[in-house]
Design a protein around this ligand. Structure first.
Ligand code: SF4
Length: 191
């Protein structure tokens, strides 16, 4: 397994090491608090158009987004961010890149099948969603992503309204997610 060194360029590390389940550094509660401040509005839509219209500015912005979201969430720049519907745990850090819940290989203790030393990212998502009252979000269905958008800015797409149909509306008629005891193991803070 590769580990990142300070000298190693971020992009190279992300590409060569592949996805690994990542526990976000920013709490779910903090993430949900920040969300309203970066929600699409006219000013941000204009700013996004301005940035997209200038190549050097767009590249700078993408670099800043890549670095900050990688540090906070382990972002891999899929370009169509699922974080608001996954307890702010990135599903693209799943080694199988599953965006609609875990595979059948999750260990009895909630560990990833591929990296047993790490919790499954969907267990992390469920813990964070449960701690902040957002479990209904996990009932939404994530649509397939457009793979041509890798390495593009999801923030610019979000502000421009291009991310509007990334996931379905909540399905109140369906049973709510039932969290197993393993998801709320004592001593682990996820909010
Ligand atoms: S943009 Fe994609 S890879 Fe990055 S945090 Fe969002 S879902 Fe994960």
């Amino acid at each position: 397994m590769l580990t990142r060194t300070v000298a190693e360029p971020l992009e190279e590390f992300v590409r060569t090491d592949g996805p690994r389940p990542t526990t976000p550094r920013l709490s779910a509660r903090g993430s949900y608090r920040i969300a309203p401040y970066v929600a699409p509005r006219r000013l941000l839509r204009r700013l996004a158009a301005l940035i997209e219209g200038r190549g050097w500015l767009r590249r700078l912005f993408v670099s800043a987004e890549r670095g900050s979201k990688w540090a906070l969430y382990g972002c891999r720049m899929c370009g169509q961010c699922a974080l608001p519907a996954t307890g702010y745990a990135c599903p693209m850090t799943c080694p199988k890149q599953l965006r609609n819940g875990p595979c059948g290989g999750v260990g009895a203790g909630g560990e990833c099948e591929v990296y047993p030393d790490r919790p499954c990212v969907w267990v992390t998502a469920a813990r964070r969603a449960q701690a902040t009252g957002h479990t209904a979000d996990l009932d939404r269905l994530q649509r397939p992503i457009d793979h041509r958008l890798w390495d593009s800015s999801s923030w610019l797409g979000y502000w421009q309204g291009r991310d509007a149909d990334l996931w379905t509306a909540p399905a109140p008629q369906r049973p709510q997610l039932v969290l197993l005891p393993v998801l709320s193991s004592p001593g682990q803070a996820h909010d």
